[in-house]
Design a protein around this ligand. Structure first.
Ligand SMILES: *Cc1c(COP(=O)(O)O)cnc(C)c1O
Length: 371
């Protein structure tokens, strides 16, 4: 089965094999692995040792978003969220329920937020301390540009938090070039092609410690994660870690380096997206995004107008042909979503396009323009 979803992704057999045994997290052999994962992740983030730290947390990406919001923004503190997609909607809810004050900057999920929009919103409200953007919006496939947003945040003297869960490792970004960025967060199971189970926040140590004690949650307190590392070592966890996911992630990082790191991964994913975008267009379908706003991670496609089309039967027909895609959509209009990340090649994508064509025929879908 070819898994074409934006996380957890298709992984390489070597990655899965590392999870096929038992480990003790406090064992000295394992502590070395864990400590080195933190260093390697810091390097991928362009972090500066001594200035930035890798702060891992068990669980899914939302846990990392919550921990970062709580650890960097004080209770009642104000953050601006560029709300141009479904993951931004989730961040708005999450930050609000964590007791932080959200100023939403709504925008269409078909284009990135601009630096000017951020600058205008910040100028209008000096009480906003932080801007949160979704780097790659996994609902639609657009990319919010950290260069444009970061420049506006820097100019306004505010701070940036980046949910880079579906971008990190594939899209270019370096903390060393972004002094305005407090934190970038991501998980093991997306563009770094590990198993799900662990997430990371790579953060500025000075800004983290300036907010120590404000999280309002011990488990989600990233300053405490940092202080624990100082006390007990970088190979030590506060609570039981997903050891298999970590062992597999270590192998995934080896494969990432062997492939050529971020530029190589970006190039492969971009070629996957190009192949899919052109392939579905040739089938008579309409991609949701204009080509110039299409990022290298997922392709969303308008559901065809033919009454013979329905999403779940389409997903089932595709699955019968060996390709698994999401059975829901996160855009305002009905679409289907195909992930192009993971251990997937353009050759795989060509096969997937043929399967999509076959599935449409199985269902008798003739009119393929947008519903
Ligand atoms: C996947 C993802 C998350 C986290 O999702 P979980 O299901 O909690 O792992 C957060 N933000 C973005 C942009 C994502 O793509």
């Amino acid at each position: 089965m070819l898994l074409l979803i934006p996380g957890p992704v298709q992984t390489r057999p070597e990655v899965r094999a590392a999870a096929a045994r038992d480990y003790a997290p406090w064992d000295n052999d394992f502590r070395v692995v864990y400590a080195s994962i933190r260093e390697r992740v810091l390097a991928i983030a362009g972090g500066v040792p001594g200035e930035h730290a890798t702060l891992p947390l068990q669980g899914c990406g939302h846990f990392l978003v919550e921990a970062t919001v709580r650890s960097f923004i004080p209770p009642g503190g104000k953050l601006l969220i560029a709300q141009n997609g479904s993951y931004a909607d989730r961040a708005v809810r999450l930050a609000t329920e964590a007791g932080r004050t959200v100023v939403a900057l709504p925008g269409p999920d078909t284009r990135p937020v601009t630096g000017e929009e951020i600058a205008t919103a910040l100028a209008a409200d000096p009480a906003i301390s932080h801007v949160l953007i979704i780097h790659h919006e996994t609902g639609s496939g657009i990319v919010n540009d950290p260069e444009a947003v970061g420049a506006a945040v820097r100019a306004a003297g505010r701070r940036l938090i980046m949910d880079s869960v579906s971008a990190f490792g594939a899209l270019p970004f370096s903390l060393a070039d972004h002094p305005e960025c407090d934190a970038v967060l991501f998980t093991s199971g997306k563009c770094l092609e590990g198993l799900p189970g662990i997430g990371f926040c790579v953060a500025r140590i000075d800004r983290l410690m300036a907010g120590a004690g404000q999280a309002g949650s011990w488990t989600f307190d990233l300053a405490d994660v940092y202080q624990h590392a100082l006390r007990s070592g970088w190979g030590s966890f506060r609570f039981t870690p997903p050891v298999q996911a970590l062992a597999a992630f270590d192998v995934a990082l080896d494969l990432y380096a062997a492939e050529g790191g971020q530029p190589a991964r970006h190039a492969r994913y971009a070629e996957n997206v190009r192949t899919l975008h052109e392939g579905v267009t040739a089938l008579g379908l309409t991609p949701y995004l204009e080509r110039r706003h299409q990022g290298p991670v997922i392709v969303t496609v308008h559901q065809p107008s033919d009454p013979a089309f329905a999403l779940q039967p389409f997903v089932d027909a595709l699955k019968a042909r060996g390709v698994l895609i999401s059975n829901f959509h996160n855009t305002k209009v009905p679409t289907f979503r195909v992930g192009c990340i993971g251990a997937v090649t353009p050759e795989d994508i060509r096969g997937a396009v043929a399967a999509i064509g076959g599935a449409l025929e199985d269902l008798g879908v003739r009119r393929r323009e947008a519903a």
